[in-house]
Design a protein around this ligand. Structure first.
Ligand code: 5RP
Length: 265
């Protein structure tokens, strides 16, 4: 691996081999998502605890201080909306010059395996990898399910992750599943991070799936709504950081969450 791409990957994946990415890209297809109406304000208290942020160029330019930030994973696929016909019909929305200009440490794009637009999204991934590798920029593939959240089971996720890695993604972001998640990771020759999906009911539930995902081989998370839609987002990200970088168990993460929430830490 060449120096540039190794260096960029090292900005994202920490020395312990783990990573905590904070995605705030949701507006690119769903508009001003709850608690992300002002993304700059949402992330300000969270940034110290994130290893990288994932977002579009519009939010980066307008809402993030270029002088005081974290490594950027630039979302470069889009062109659809929640009120449009099909979320899977994405194209590439950012040029390689813009990616370089914005000093992205990596880029991310969605693939929609099994959808009507499977071929289009996979070819987009392959082309993006070709362009970005010329500049030493890693591509993180996002295995997207659109509105079909029930697709989040091991056989399907393993298929998506493997295909994304075969096409050249350096990191794959996928969903956690409680059954056979290790098979998803084992079948994927590049590091896997877990997305959270819609906010779940209890903090402990999040800590348990993050912990289990890490035990089964994921290197970390790319977790958005379950952090910044929490009533206590700083406590949430600190507890998740505890699991990822300090090997906390779910119960310990819960204790840390309670301490931070109570202002005792
Ligand atoms: C949106 C994304 C998000 O970055 C990803 O789904 C992670 O966020 P969350 O934990 O809220 O699901 O790719 O398309």
């Amino acid at each position: 691996m060449e120096w540039g791409i190794r260096n960029r990957l090292a900005q994202l994946i920490q020395k312990d081999g783990r990573a905590l990415f904070l995605p705030i890209d949701h507006g690119y297809f769903q508009g001003p998502t709850r608690k992300l109406e002002k993304p700059g304000e949402t992330i300000k208290p969270l940034l110290p605890y994130a290893d990288a942020i994932m977002l579009t160029r519009g939010v980066l330019r307008n809402c993030v201080d270029p002088v005081d930030t974290k490594p950027v994973i630039l979302r470069v696929s889009g062109g659809t909306s929640v009120v449009g016909e099909d979320l899977a019909n994405e194209g590439l929305i950012t040029s390689i010059m813009e990616i370089v200009r914005l000093n992205a440490s990596a880029v991310s794009m969605s693939v929609f395996v099994g959808s009507k637009y499977e071929h289009q999204s996979l070819i987009n991934l392959a082309r993006l990898v070709d362009e970005c590798e010329d500049y030493g920029i890693p591509v993180m593939a996002v295995t997207a399910v659109g509105r079909e959240l029930e697709k989040r089971e091991a056989r399907y996720l393993a298929l998506c992750c493997r295909i994304a890695a075969e096409l050249g993604a350096r990191v794959v972001k996928t969903y956690y599943c409680s059954e056979d998640f290790h098979k998803v990771v084992e079948g994927c020759p590049v590091p896997v991070v877990i997305a959270g999906g819609p906010k779940v009911d209890s903090e402990l539930e999040v800590f348990e799936f993050v912990y289990d995902g890490i035990q089964r081989g994921a290197i970390g998370v790319n977790l958005g709504r379950n952090v910044w839609q929490s009533e206590y987002p700083v406590a949430m990200i600190r507890a998740i950081r505890g699991i990822i970088h300090e090997n906390c168990k779910p119960k310990e993460a819960q204790d840390l969450f309670q301490q931070v929430k109570a202002g005792k830490d």
